[in-house]
Design a protein around this ligand. Structure first.
Ligand code: GRG
Length: 295
């Protein structure tokens, strides 16, 4: 499978959906809508919604409209996390996805509100009324996404990340942070896609572990790109982790071990796809892309 072609086809499809999912601007709050559109539509690889689509396709099932709404919702949650992560109170970054960060382009108050509104929009999309026979999987998928986005997942991981700044750290701490801050929101669309496609409990468990493993690898590679990458290719400032004295995987175990651990995590993940055979070719390709990526 040509994974680059697959990713760009899916990205194009998702970009089209995203451009339709923000409501029409309203009078005095127009600037909020501008900031939401600016951050949501201004680039991004769309990996999380693609993971949702690939998982649902693997199981060849699921209601198209629900899958589309959840795919957009996951990207809204991801984008809100980037807007808030870039704020002066967090990483204080100027560039994201190759453009000025939301608070630089608009203002800090509007950026906070745009993040809040994207998070809320995600829940609006995931809870849109559906046919009675789809209601149970919809509710389960919504719950799985909420748990992974919140205090037990991404927000909890970000909190640990912030509190660990300037501290000596261990592998246990960095794995705690990475598995929540990043891997939780990588496994969320996989689990949601599986639930919406009617996966069995055992397939769900297998795919959830697959998601956690590739999510850890994704963040280890992100840490490495922060040191070794090029700002123009990455579309964001490099060196922000060092500037903020962040706990990073290579910082704790060294660059060589970090890359090996990322590769090992992906190899383990691929093992969990074995029962699905060729139906999992897209997820297989995405997992490998996580290791090879340069942005
Ligand atoms: C809840 C107040 C509050 C803030 C949330 C959780 C959080 C702040 C921020 C986490 C953001 C972050 C930098 C997570 C690391 C994950 C990561 C590597 C994000 C970049 O993902 P890509 O490469 O980005 O998929 P694109 O731009 O391609 O979508």
């Amino acid at each position: 499978m040509d994974i680059q072609a697959y990713l760009s086809d899916k990205k194009r499809e998702i970009d089209g959906w995203l451009s339709e999912c923000i409501p029409e601007p309203e009078g005095l709050s127009r600037r909020l809508f501008d900031a939401m559109r600016y951050s949501l539509l201004g680039g991004g690889k769309r990996l999380r919604p693609i993971l949702l689509l690939s998982t649902a396709e693997l199981l060849s099932n699921g209601d198209g409209r629900l899958i589309r709404d959840f795919a957009c919702a996951i990207e809204c949650i991801h984008t809100y996390s980037l807007i808030h992560d870039d704020l002066p109170a967090m990483d204080d970054d100027d560039i994201r996805r190759g453009h000025p960060t939301c608070h630089k382009k608009f203002s800090e108050d509007i950026a906070i509100l745009a993040g809040d509104a994207l998070l809320t929009l995600a829940f609006e999309l995931m809870s849109r009324p559906t046919a009675p026979e789809n209601a149970a999987p919809q509710m389960r998928a919504l719950h799985e996404v909420a748990v992974r986005a919140g205090c037990l997942g991404m927000v909890g991981g970000q909190t640990a990340d912030v509190l660990s700044e300037n501290c000596d750290s261990s592998e246990e701490v960095v794995r705690f942070i990475h598995s929540r801050k990043t891997a939780a929101l990588i496994s969320a669309p996989i689990v949601a896609g599986a639930v919406l496609a009617g996966a069995s409990n055992s397939d769900l468990e297998t795919l959830s572990i697959f998601g956690q493993r590739i999510g850890l690898a994704f963040q280890i590679i992100d840490d490495l790109l922060e040191i070794e990458g090029d700002a123009r290719t990455l579309g964001k400032s490099v060196g922000s982790d060092t500037k903020n004295n962040k706990v990073t995987y290579p910082g704790v175990v060294g660059r060589g071990r970090a890359r090996l651990d990322a590769q090992k995590s992906v190899e383990e993940a691929l093992g969990y796809l074995a029962p699905f055979g060729q139906r999992a070719d897209a997820l297989h390709g995405i997992a490998k892309f996580f290791i090879d990526r340069v942005n």
